[in-house]
Write a protein that binds this ligand. Structure first.
Ligand code: AGP
Length: 368
């Protein structure tokens, strides 16, 4: 058991530490002569150029990877993109035409609702791409094309490395669409690809440096009964995954909100010491996030901020700061998610929870 865990106390921590490798493997061979290549998708640039609507369908953590990708697809390819949980998508009547691209994201490749949604979308004439971690899984077999996330087997029930693999794969897909519709130039593709590749080393640095800050933040949350995770833009998408991770392994009730929504209800929850985890990395909406932190702090919240290295200012607005390296906003979910994974694990360990096998959950959900 100890050998299988590679010297780590649990599989989750081992898998969190594998993420730099996952990023590198997912990117390997994808940039050829300055062009992005994803041959497995079996669609020509001309066919991709016809896509006029994208649906990303998934459940749980995979759905959160989709929320991140929506921002990238709409910003780089200017194609409208909707993200839906598969259990909703399959029971409504989404607008699907032959120029709709459906992207089904599933670590296990066998989630019942996601599979049903794939079948439904194909019957309605959509082209379906699968993004999965399991070679030959039903999602891979039943999709028109598949991208494998290269995370290798994930044992902990809570997804970490497979989530990062999904985010990187979806980022490549967004770049591919941007390239196919002619909105991203060769120069832009090369620059984005090189910065995306750099995140492997940046995640390595986070893993080497952030334990003391994570431990202090976990101490501040361990006795709480509830917590809020907030962010805006890419930070909002990241906060949803942070809250899910926290509740599934530590059983601490955690809810994520787009930070601008605080004043429309959730701020009523805040009293002395209430934990608010904020994604406050440098971005076009940084100042807005800071003002949301101030509103929460004024009401007694204990603020835990994930912020960009070198941002001394943020310490004035937060009780705890966990720093991550500076990356472009598009890639901030890759770096900011890592301390959130470590934070949820640290809280779970302090609360005496079984980190790898949380109660009531299974690694894959093959029933409706
Ligand atoms: C992740 O931490 C969860 N255990 C869960 O939300 C999971 O992401 C969801 O069940 C979807 O699974 P899939 O990616 O295998 O389809």
């Amino acid at each position: 058991d100890v050998a299988e865990k590679g010297g780590y106390p649990d599989f989750m921590l081992k898998e969190i530490h594998e993420q730099p490798r996952v990023i590198r493997d997912t990117l390997a061979g994808r940039l050829v002569a300055g062009s992005l290549v994803i041959d497995e998708l079996d669609m020509t640039p001309a066919e991709l150029n016809l896509v006029d609507r994208v649906y990303i369908i998934a459940c749980g953590t995979s759905y959160h990877a989709g929320l991140i990708a929506k921002n990238l697809i709409e910003s780089w390819a200017r194609i409208p993109c909707e993200v839906e949980v598969a259990s909703e998508f399959r029971y409504r009547n989404p607008i699907i035409t032959p120029t709709t691209l459906v992207v089904a994201v599933s670590q296990s490749g066998e989630t019942a609702d996601t599979l049903a949604a794939i079948r439904d979308a194909r019957v309605k004439g959509a082209k379906v791409f699968g993004i999965t971690n399991v070679v030959g899984s039903p999602v891979a077999r039943e999709s028109d094309g598949v991208i494998y996330t290269k995370a290798n087997k994930e044992i902990a029930v809570a997804s970490t490395k497979s989530f990062l693999g999904q985010v990187v794969s979806l980022t490549l897909l967004a770049m591919l669409l941007g390239q196919a519709v002619g909105r991203l130039t060769g120069r832009q593709i090369k620059l984005l690809f090189s910065e995306l590749a750099d995140t492997a080393e940046q995640v390595e640095r986070i893993l080497a440096d952030c334990d003391p800050a994570v431990e202090a933040a976990a101490d501040a949350m361990v006795d709480a009964t509830s917590a809020l995770f907030i962010g805006r833009g890419m930070g909002a998408a990241t906060s949803y995954e942070g809250a899910l991770k926290m509740k599934e392994i530590s059983y601490l009730h955690a809810e994520a909100y787009a930070a601008g929504e605080m004043k429309h209800g959730p701020i009523a929850l805040i009293d002395e010491g209430f934990p608010v985890v904020a994604i406050a990395t440098k971005s076009p909406v940084y100042d807005k996030v800071v003002s949301n932190l101030q509103e929460s702090r004024a009401r007694g919240a204990c603020i835990i901020a994930v912020a960009t290295e070198g941002d001394e200012e943020i310490a004035k607005h937060a009780n705890h700061v966990i720093y991550v390296p500076k990356v472009r906003d598009a890639f901030s979910p890759i770096t900011a998610s890592v301390p959130l994974q470590l934070l949820s694990r640290a809280v779970a360990v302090k609360r005496g929870c079984d980190v790898d096998q949380p109660r009531n959950l299974a690694k894959s959900v093959t029933v409706e």
